[in-house]
Design a binder for this molecule. Structure first.
Ligand SMILES: Nc1ncnc2c1ncn2[C@@H]1O[C@H](COP(=O)(O)OP(=O)(O)O)[C@@H](O)[C@H]1O
Ligand SMILES: CC(C)(COP(=O)(O)O)[C@@H](O)C(=O)NCCC(=O)O
Length: 243
């Protein structure tokens, strides 16, 4: 997606920089420069490595992927205070970026393969979180572990009815409304432990979850959809060669 601030640099063309975040399901790409990033997601291993400024990965990367090791950004490179060594680098990136944008405490929900919730205090400290199975993973588990439920291919849609009759729509509604309810409860509890906290939604399922969550959240808690927080953080921490 092109960000609203998308633009062209002083030389009349987009900067050549590219950034890559390797998630558990897909590779997430950005091109351009911070403030005018074009972003997209692709299957693992698909994409052009030329011009790669920096990359990060939530786990081990296959030795067959020719990624430049010296350009890898690690957890220790993200300036989130008091982050434990086992924290996923994607959680640190989204938490730090949302905290910078909010200039205050944040709760970040990243709707990826797993749905992670990450709290960052007003001082920029890691404040803990929660981990759930993400939407596509929940649906795969239902199809794999039952005799009668079908496999549903992403991308998902939210069925318009509250109480769908068909099996696939009942599965999609159950998973998405269940995730939104868990996020809303987390939002309420975060406001108690972290007053003034804003709620940030990112990751592949962010756009689907936003309207559901908006209905459930108390109005005092601002909700921001920012689908590319991790890539924005990567580009902010490792700007291109011409900056
Ligand atoms: N074309 C797609 N392929 C796969 N997942 C998709 C697609 N479009 C949306 N999604 C949603 O994205 C979620 C995974 O998010 P993503 O950010 O890609 O995960 P990760 O960062 O772990 O690789 C899934 O739960 C799925 O519902
Ligand atoms: C929670 C995660 C699986 C999320 O990864 P994703 O689904 O977004 O690819 C990843 O951040 C991870 O492996 N974290 C390590 C454990 C932790 O953060 O506590």
């Amino acid at each position: 997606m092109w960000h609203p601030s998308a633009g062209i640099d002083g030389r009349g063309h987009l900067s050549e920089g590219r950034w890559l975040l390797i998630g558990n399901s897909r590779w997430h790409w950005a091109e351009g420069e911070l403030g005018c990033l074009r972003t997209w997601s692709a299957p693992a291993g698909v994409g052009q490595l030329e011009g790669l400024v920096a990359w990060a990965a939530v786990g081990q990367v296959s030795a067959s992927a020719p990624l430049p090791l010296e350009r890898r950004l690690h957890l220790k490179d993200v300036p989130l205070l008091e982050q434990p060594g086992w924290l996923g680098v994607d959680r640190a990136l989204v938490g730090w970026r949302a905290w910078c944008l909010a200039s205050g405490p944040v709760l970040v929900a990243d709707g990826g393969t797993a749905l992670s919730l990450t709290l960052v205090t007003s001082e920029g400290r890691f404040g803990g979180g929660r981990l759930l199975a993400g939407a596509a993973l929940q649906l795969r588990a239902l199809a794999a572990e039952t005799a009668g439920l079908p496999a549903l291919d992403p991308p998902l849609d939210l069925p318009p009815e509250l109480w769908p009759h068909s099996t696939p729509d009942a599965m999609a509604a159950g998973v998405l409304r269940g995730l939104a309810a868990a996020l809303a409860a987390a939002g309420r509890e975060a406001q108690t432990s972290c007053p003034g906290c804003s709620f940030w939604l990112t990751g592949g399922d962010g756009p689907l979850l936003k309207p559901l969550l908006q209905q459930l959240l108390v109005s005092a808690m601002p909700l921001q959809l920012a689908p590319d927080l991790a890539l924005e953080a990567l580009a902010a921490l490792r700007p291109g060669p011409d900056r």
